[in-house]
Design a protein around this ligand. Structure first.
Ligand code: FAD
Length: 666
């Protein structure tokens, strides 16, 4: 395993520059505000591109803190972690170091939608991130709260357009100047915490909110449209007080798969990993929720909460009479606490205790820290360009929860991309974008900037139209090469490794393609596999690997001299073979769209009555704008590549019908 040697926490803190009247430099290429999941990736990426970077955050000790669940990845989110890693980001390697329970979710479905996930040791995760940051050249860490964002009018002739010039720290007169600023203030922007009927200012328990000065500049000076969202976290429970005998044991995977393409194994050995447990709510839980509703401010607020990670109050109110899953998850290898996933709540602490004791495994549970809710400002992300720069303010980039997303992975992905573009802008390089056809990061950013958010946005595989090509296993081939050759955020070491993998996979697939025999002969070689093909049909090794029951190892035992050299890539070759037809078809679709860019769209199409394969939203956009060419349609806000494929097929079909009609008249 090529895991970097771990430097202890003390080293990181001593290397960090604490503000003491004289700053290390009055000007930076990039200043990143916030040391959460977006901020750390942004700062690391900007520095990797060679920009002099300053990361300013309220508390250096909370850099890399996991505010809510100590876990990383999952369905859709695991794709983001793999992509961040492929672009040389931190979170994948941190997850491999800190993981204490690894599992692949969604295994019953195809590998394109598997969700790599790990339960983490909170402290180890934080230490890894802090240690990594302290070792990145050109990156300085500074503890302090940013009070003000400094901007100037870009051009007196064009009011409303601004340029960022730097930041000012709380209680400091001297500003810090920067060519680019990345704001990643998470849940802290005008944050308020809620427990029961008590509300207090805060970004997270134990942390003050971001100053109102920052919100004021965004809203009043820059005129940005902003909104308010909310989220919450469950109480933490003392492990000794849980009756695990009343919950179902869920062991980790027997072969833990690392997130990072640089690692061949996880740091925690499988025998040392901890189990999770599953239990369920009872009807009495519902009663406690109803009894406490009048004591619960958060649940009565208008701000939208996360639909896919709702509080127990929202679940009970939305689905009355149902029993809800509660996962009991470890908080760390030596932690005394358990995280009850599914029990996010904001009722008063005494009611929280009453509620959890209505759950079988928690009948004598003790609460260590009560659950609470947080409400915060976000910036409507349609005001950003695909580089995550605010359209109206040159040099200002936003990433993470401030853009209306929820989750560490979504934040990390945006942070990395904002950091890349902030550095490129500061170094006078053109911006770079990732498309929906090449990455989940592209899907995430496109969704944010073209559709905006009405509730906290989280990633799902269903959001990606080209998901058979955008798999967790091939994120390195999709992004590492581009990251090195075009973007500049990937190290030579990682690039060389990805090139080697690409070459080996190409060679292995060529060998499989060349193993071409009749179905009859394949049946003789693999007698236990039922093949329905005509006996004379010629099949390649790739076609045979597409059978569920056929593994690469089976083929390698039949053709050892051909295939054993590729044994190391057995799983990847199997997955590549399974998806080859789909991916080729998708590639052709993408090329078809590019070729038909100038195709004229008939102006009399009744878009509103087009088939349901086009969403109502897309049909309405087309009806309203009536683009003249396919290329113009593809550039409309809210249009997806899949919608363009459907539109192309539709227009071609009506074109063919017209032609046939004309012929029949002749
Ligand atoms: P954060 O991780 O919040 O980091 C923001 C950083 O900015 C902090 O380090 C802060 O100190 C710093 N900062 C803020 N303002 C300033 C300033 N003015 N000057 C200097 N530094 C500043 N996600 C889920 O997916 N599911 C959940 O159920 C869920 N529940 C949550 C519950 C709670 C109570 C909280 C607080 C968060 C929850 N999250 C949840 C969200 C998850 O924590 C975030 O999505 C993720 O941490 C966002 O990363 P970020 O980098 O945008 O911001």
């Amino acid at each position: 395993m090529q895991m970097k040697k771990f430097a202890p926490l003390q080293r990181c803190v001593s290397m960090a520059c604490r503000y003491s009247g004289h700053l290390p430099s009055p000007h930076y290429d990039v200043i990143v505000v916030g040391g959460g999941h977006a901020g750390t990736e942004a700062a690391a990426a900007a520095a990797r591109l060679g920009a002099e970077t300053l990361l300013v955050t309220q508390k250096i000790s909370t850099i890399g803190a996991l505010s809510c669940n100590p876990s990383l990845g999952g369905v859709g989110k695991g794709h983001l972690v793999k992509e961040v890693d492929a672009l040389d980001g931190l979170c994948g390697r941190a997850g491999d170091w800190a993981g204490i329970h690894f599992s692949i979710l969604n295994r019953r479905k195809g590998p394109a939608v598997w969700g790599p996930r790990a339960q983490l040791d909170r402290q180890r995760y934080r230490e890894f991130i802090q240690s990594e940051l302290s070792n990145i050249p050109k990156l300085t860490l500074l503890e302090g709260a940013v009070d003000e964002l400094l901007v100037t009018e870009e051009n007196a002739q064009k009011p409303g357009r601004h340029r960022v010039t730097g930041i000012r720290l709380a209680n400091q007169i001297q500003p810090l100047s920067a060519s680019s600023v990345v704001l990643t203030t998470g849940t802290f922007l005008s944050g308020s915490l809620f427990v029961g009927r008590t509300t207090s200012p805060g970004g997270r328990i134990g942390d003050a909110p971001s100053s109102s000065g920052l919100s004021h500049t965004l809203r009043e000076t820059l005129g940005l449209k902003m909104g308010r969202l909310r989220t919450g976290t469950p109480p933490r429970i003392l492990k000794d007080s849980v009756d695990f005998s009343q919950a179902k044991l869920h062991p980790p995977d027997s072969h833990p798969a690392p997130f990072s393409f640089l690692n061949t194994q996880t740091h925690c050995k499988v025998e040392d990993q901890l189990p999770c447990f599953l239990t369920y709510t009872t009807p009495s839980v519902e009663q406690v929720v109803h009894d406490s509703l009048h004591l619960n401010c958060h649940i009565q607020e208008d701000a939208k909460g996360p639909r896919y990670c709702p509080s127990i109050e929202s679940r009970v109110l939305r689905f009355p009479g149902r029993s809800h899953q509660v996962w009991l998850e470890p908080e760390g290898l030596t932690s005394d606490l358990v995280y009850p996933q599914g029990l996010s709540m904001t009722m008063p602490p005494d009611m929280q205790l009453r509620l959890i004791r209505e759950i079988p495994a928690l009948h004598r549970a003790e609460i260590h820290t009560p659950g609470y809710g947080v409400q915060y400002d976000f910036v409507c992300p349609t005001q950003l360009s695909p580089s995550l720069q605010v359209k109206s303010t040159r040099g200002l980039f936003l990433a993470g929860q401030i853009n209306g997303t929820t989750g560490y992975e979504e934040a990390a992905a945006q942070g990395l991309w904002a950091g890349v573009n902030a550095a490129r802008s500061a170094l006078s390089m053109p911006p770079v974008a990732l498309s929906r056809t090449e990455s989940y990061i592209g899907v995430l950013i496109d969704d944010l900037v073209s559709r905006g958010v009405t509730e906290p946005y989280r990633m799902f595989t269903s959001r990606a139209e080209f998901r058979t090509s955008l798999r967790p296993d091939n994120a390195d081939l999709r992004l590492t090469l581009k990251g090195f050759e075009e973007v500049g955020c990937v190290s030579a070491l990682r690039y060389e490794q990805a090139v080697k993998v690409r070459d080996q996979l190409q060679d292995g697939l060529a060998v499989l393609e060349a193993l071409s025999l009749s179905a009859y002969k394949w049946r003789q070689k693999l007698p236990n596999i039922h093949m329905s093909e005509n006996k004379n049909l010629v099949m390649t090794g790739i076609a045979v690997l597409q059978y569920n029951q056929v593994s690469f190892e089976m083929l390698a035992s039949v053709f050892p001299q051909h295939l054993l050299p590729y044994q190391e890539y057995s799983q990847r070759l199997k997955i590549e073979s399974v998806y080859r037809l789909h991916c080729d078809e998708q590639k052709r679709e993408i090329e078809r769209i590019q070729k038909e860019e100038h195709m004229a769209l008939p102006q009399d199409i009744d878009y509103l009555s087009l088939p349901a394969s086009l969403s109502q939203e897309v049909r309405e956009i087309l009806d309203r704008i009536r683009p003249t060419t396919l290329g113009a349609a593809s550039r409309l806000q809210g249009m997806t590549p899949a919608a363009i494929v459907h539109l192309l097929s539709y227009v071609k079909t009506i074109g063919q019908k017209e032609k046939r009609k004309k012929k029949s008249y002749v």
